[in-house]
Design a protein around this ligand. Structure first.
Ligand SMILES: CC(C)(COP(=O)(O)OP(=O)(O)OC[C@H]1O[C@@H](n2cnc3c(N)ncnc32)[C@H](O)[C@@H]1OP(=O)(O)O)[C@@H](O)C(=O)NCCC(=O)NCCS
Length: 230
């Protein structure tokens, strides 16, 4: 473990957070305004790992409520500058951020991790998270025109509005159905959100085909990592 401190991110850390994003996700442009919006959002907790005034890594987590009313903590963004990787910093950040979620009353914490991201998987595992092993397609759409399809809304589908450093969006959860996806597209076209996203188990091929036909794209294979907090 490097000698450093974990603390809540401040506005003055935005430049350093962007520097880390540029280093680990060179194709991903995150604006300073968007980071500031997240830092000011009471539902979020953004934390940095600082070593002598230099920010080596950061994590952002935020609260959501599932369709069943379960209070969750979403560990959403996690990054450590390449100069500081493999020193236990990500593991320490996930642990600290999860404790914030717990202190805010979340019943469960979770993070969506790419199936090939061994470093992130290990960091979550070291913080007490486990995966059920279900491999899912992450599917997103930026569609703002609204669906041409007219399926009725599905009451078993939950649409969750989120704001992250990357995007404002709508997550489609609960029972995955074409009607749910259509409903998300309809809500997306009526909102200021940038994208809609759904995490669909790979064996639900019909739902995946429906999502593709509605304009969703596959962006990668992921697994949920979860940790009960009560
Ligand atoms: C993934 C990431 C956050 C890990 O950060 P880190 O500070 O290096 O992680 P840690 O040092 O806490 O490592 C945890 C474990 O994973 C291992 N590990 C880290 N990176 C690894 C890699 N690329 N391949 C294999 N193992 C790795 C560490 O050796 C450690 O193993 P140990 O528990 O056996 O000692 C960092 O590599 C990163 O920022 N990557 C790019 C962005 C990213 O993928 N973010 C996560 C999105 S969910």
């Amino acid at each position: 473990m490097s000698v450093g401190e974990i603390r809540t991110a401040m506005k003055t850390d935005i430049v350093e957070i962007r520097r880390i994003v540029d280093a680990v996700w060179p194709d991903n442009e995150i604006s300073a305004n968007r980071i500031e919006g997240v830092l000011n959002d009471a539902a979020h907790s953004t934390m940095v790992y600082a070593i002598e005034n230099q920010v080596a890594g950061f994590v952002d987590g935020f609260s959501t409520t599932s369709g069943e009313g379960v209070s969750r903590w979403e560990v959403d963004l996690l990054a450590v500058h390449p100069d500081f990787q493999r020193r236990g910093i990500a593991s320490a950040l996930v642990t600290a951020n999860t404790e914030v979620g717990q202190s805010r009353g979340a019943v469960i914490a979770r993070g969506l991790v790419a199936v090939d991201n061994v470093g992130s998987q290990k960091a979550f595992a070291k913080s007490g998270y486990e995966t059920d092993g279900v491999i899912c397609e992450l599917m997103i759409t930026g569609g703002t025109k609204g669906p041409s399809d007219t399926a009725d809304a599905d009451e078993a589908t939950t649409i969750i509005s989120v704001r992250t450093m990357n995007y404002t969006g709508l997550w489609v959860e609960g029972k995955r159905s074409k009607a749910g996806l259509v409903d998300a597209l309809r809500q997306l076209s009526d909102s200021v959100s940038d994208l809609g996203g759904a995490v669909i188990p790979c064996d639900e091929t019909k739902v995946i085909d429906n999502a593709l036909s509605l304009g969703f794209e596959k962006v990668g294979r992921y697994q949920w990592w979860q940790r009960p907090l009560k």
